[in-house]
Design a protein around this ligand. Structure first.
Ligand code: ZN
Length: 363
């Protein structure tokens, strides 16, 4: 094979020129009419589509952008595919196999990275949102918290009374002596549901209905300690990041807080924490109760009573109760864990007078 016929375009116009193509030692030699020959080194040859003996060959060269050479294997005057086979032999990067490797290597790397990330997530229970939550600056967390609280428990629904506030402060002070776990903002709100929830920035809202449902201050203290656990672990912040979506959350965090939290409060209320998050909150609750010398049993009792209410399907009440269960599922495991924790000398969470004051905080 001395030479083959093809057509050449210089990329500057639509015109194509008949070309004679020969295989030189190191380069493809392309002759156009009377012009000096173009030499395309084999290693610089490129094709957007792998070269195949049965197909039209369309190649270019890295040193001459825009220039194109086309050879039709049927009309080049040689046995079909001969030119293409010789071309692949001299410039193996043009072959289908090379092309599939070029695609395969990055794809395999990406797949491997995904699999490894998946395994890592599986084994470490690592959560991206949770890690991001820990990096949110305190000021942004406060702002998130204020917006969420304003939405779920507007100012008009927050209850205050001198004796009630003092009782709540006394309870919180015992659980979190000298703000050892950060400064919490704990409020009672007049809400239609039995619920307690942690909002970002260590804000906690307890509903008046929950205090009404509780049989003792120890039960309220247990629930409060559990919510403090969520706050310490920044679970509410992570939940909001998940609800916003990671990318929105990043832009919000980069640009400071914004109205993006405005509609997120309701999501927080409906949010399910993972079992892991609940275990973490329980572990903190038991630690805080032990430090405060408050009995842990009532927390378990509280969960069990709520559980029972659900199973009784007590009319309209069950929907109300569902709320607290959906955010804090009272599984048998959790009750057992609380029950099995070691015992310690205990003192009621509040005196009888303080307890009565707390019960009347909403009037
Ligand atoms: Zn919880």
């Amino acid at each position: 094979m001395l030479y083959t016929e093809g057509s050449f375009s210089d990329g500057r116009s639509a015109a194509t020129y008949p070309a004679r193509i020969a295989f030189g030692d190191d380069a493809l030699i392309i002759r156009l009419g009377g012009e000096a020959a173009h030499a395309w080194s084999y290693e610089g040859l490129q094709s957007s589509h792998p070269v195949h003996p049965d197909e039209i060959v369309l190649i270019g060269h890295g040193d001459f952008p825009g220039e194109r050479l086309q050879v039709n294997p049927v009309t080049d005057g040689h046995p079909p595919g001969e030119f293409a086979r010789e071309l692949i032999r001299r410039a193996p990067q043009l072959s289908r196999r090379a092309a599939s490797w070029r695609l395969f290597v990055p794809m395999a790397a990406a797949t491997l990275a995904l699999v490894l990330a998946g395994l890592w997530l599986w084994f470490t229970d690592y959560s991206l949102a949770q890690s991001m939550a820990r990096w949110i600056p305190e000021g942004v967390r406060d702002q998130m918290g204020r917006q969420v609280v304003a939405q779920l428990a507007p100012a008009g629904k927050i209850c205050h009374s001198e004796a009630g506030d003092a009782a709540l402060a006394a309870m919180a002070g015992r659980l979190n002596t000298d703000n050892a776990n950060g400064r919490f903002n704990i409020q009672v709100a007049r809400l239609k549901v039995i619920n307690a929830f942690a909002a970002p920035g260590r804000n906690i809202i307890i509903s008046d209905k929950l205090i009404e449902f509780a049989k003792s201050p120890d039960e309220v203290a247990g629930v409060l300690a559990h919510e403090m656990g969520h706050g310490i672990e920044t679970h509410p912040e992570a939940g909001i990041i998940r609800a916003l979506g990671i990318s929105t959350a990043i832009s919000v965090l980069m640009g400071g807080a914004s109205d993006s939290f405005a509609s997120i409060g309701a999501t927080l209320l409906q949010m399910n924490y993972s079992r892991k998050a609940e275990r973490e909150a329980d572990a903190h609750a038991l630690r805080l109760l032990r430090g405060a010398r408050i009995a842990p049993g009532p927390l378990a009792g509280f969960f069990k009573r709520i559980d029972k209410k659900i199973n009784d399907k007590a009319g309209g009440f069950s929907r109300t109760v569902m709320r607290i269960l959906s955010t804090h599922p009272a599984t048998g495991d959790r009750v057992r864990m609380i029950r099995q924790t070691g015992s310690w000398d205990t003192k009621p969470a509040l005196s009888e007078d303080e307890w009565q004051a707390l019960r009347k905080i909403c009037g």
